[in-house]
Design a binder for this molecule. Structure first.
Ligand code: CTP
Length: 400
């Protein structure tokens, strides 16, 4: 376990989600880390220091001075001792202080004295999270090298629902474990993966879609994370549970939305794998109201979507690895080779609809990997998790 023996300094801010800090401490301790908790003054309104000191096995610190013991909590020493500083939950207020160097409590002073990696797991209401001021603070903190553990989407303490929930303690642990596991070949690498189908709206209730389940893309995202990469998953509509430990989960509906997210994240990605079954055509016009069955027949006019993979291929740098999929029913290899060349890929994973037991919804897949060099490898039918492993092995071999 990569986190065994590590000393984690856990900052806890005033937020309803502070209760999750208790579970996070248990997970960290179970995996062999030692934990020192520092609470902001407001955090004690949400969870008692007694709970967190009992679970961590260390007194919880909040102020510079401990008047009862007549001692001073040395912020520089606390920061230097830590193998990682994790603030979970970090409130909008503390994010703003960190981003601007404000130092009005012990946690802020420790943050400013940090030499180790700093992980920030925000928790706040959806509008606070979406506010341009918060976004600007996050971007500034990221530029300064802080690692953001993105909040999840779901019910919030306010009764509203949306983005802003503190990441689950298991996700936070996965982030830390990834960070410390230097034995993994993709540690420090960023990966972008697309998965699932896209839905192209015809009117407010109907769409053009396909049978892609997202299983292959989710398996790839999971495998890339297991190998140490920091993974952004852009997913079309899928019923699958979100893989644990993602750096970014970007759910999208249409090909246009998927294009936007891919273009925004491609430049930073060392590895990009496009396994999504993107619609090639979308309605020219999306009706704003439900189309009534007024006539005997209906003709829909479609327009081409942008080829996302080809777009990325045209921007690809030599250091980036770009992998695509090809789904073919006939002239499989010739068609796949044409796609590989046209889209400027390092290799393409060819799925043939002729192969029994492989394909969209199942748990197995059979792919033929065609490399830019011309090498062709026909792999056996196997679980998608193993296909993901095979693909990642080839990706690792290509990395500079
Ligand atoms: N792809 C894409 N954007 C599109 C269509 C496809 O990024 N608008 C990507 C897919 O994610 C896949 C690869 O391109 O990695 C090949 O997809 P496929 O459907 O097999 O081929 P197309 O290029 O769409 O060509 P055709 O449908 O004519 O076979």
């Amino acid at each position: 376990m990569a986190i065994r023996g590590k000393h984690i300094l856990l900052g806890v801010c005033g937020s309803i989600a502070a209760y999750k800090a208790a579970h996070l401490i248990r997970l960290l301790k179970k995996d062999g880390a030692s934990v020192q908790v520092i609470m902001t003054p407001d955090a004690a309104d949400f969870i008692t220091p007694l709970t967190l000191s009992t679970l961590s096995g260390n007194p919880v610190l909040t102020t510079y001075a401990d008047r009862e013991r007549g001692t001073w909590n040395n912020h520089v020493h606390l920061a230097l001792q830590a193998d990682a500083i994790v603030v979970a939950p970090v409130s909008a207020n503390t994010l703003a202080k960190f981003a601007n160097g404000i130092c009005d409590n012990l946690l802020c002073a420790v943050y400013l004295s940090a030499k180790s990696s700093v992980f920030l797991a925000p928790a706040m209401d959806l509008d606070m999270w979406a506010h341009p001021a918060t976004k600007a603070n996050i971007s500034r903190l990221q530029q300064a090298g802080n690692l953001i553990i993105p909040p999840g989407n779901g019910p919030l303490a306010s009764g509203l629902s949306g983005e802003g929930r503190l990441a689950e303690p298991e996700d936070i642990l996965a982030f830390l474990t990834n960070h410390f596991d230097e034995s993994r070949p993709l540690t420090g690498k960023k990966a972008l993966v697309t998965a699932g189908p896209t839905h192209e709206a015809i009117d407010p209730v109907r769409y053009i879609g396909n049978h892609s389940s997202g299983k292959m893309g989710y398996a790839l995202a999971t495998e890339l994370m297991r190998l140490g990469a920091s993974v952004t998953l852009v997913s079309g509509p899928s019923d699958l549970p979100k893989p644990t430990g993602l750096a970014n989960f970007l759910p999208v509906t249409s090909a246009a939305e998927m294009l936007e997210q891919c273009v925004a994240n491609f430049n930073d990605a060392d590895i990009t794998v496009m396994s999504a079954a993107v619609a090639d055509y979308t309605p020219k016009v999306t009706a704003t109201q439900k189309i009534k069955k007024a006539t005997a027949g209906l003709t829909l006019e479609l327009k081409k979507t942008v080829d996302i993979l080809a777009t990325l291929g045209s921007q690809k740098k030599i250091s980036q690895v770009l992998v695509g999929f090809a789904l073919e029913t006939n002239d499989e290899q010739a068609n796949a080779i044409a796609k590989l060349q046209k889209k400027n890929l390092d290799f393409i994973a060819l799925n043939s609809m002729q192969d029994k037991g492989a394909g969209f919804a199942g748990d197995n897949n059979k792919v033929t990997i065609i490399h830019r060099s011309g090498t062709i490898e026909a792999l056996d039918l196997k679980p998608k998790s193993e296909v993901a492993r095979d693909i990642c092995t080839r990706i690792i071999a290509l990395l500079p």
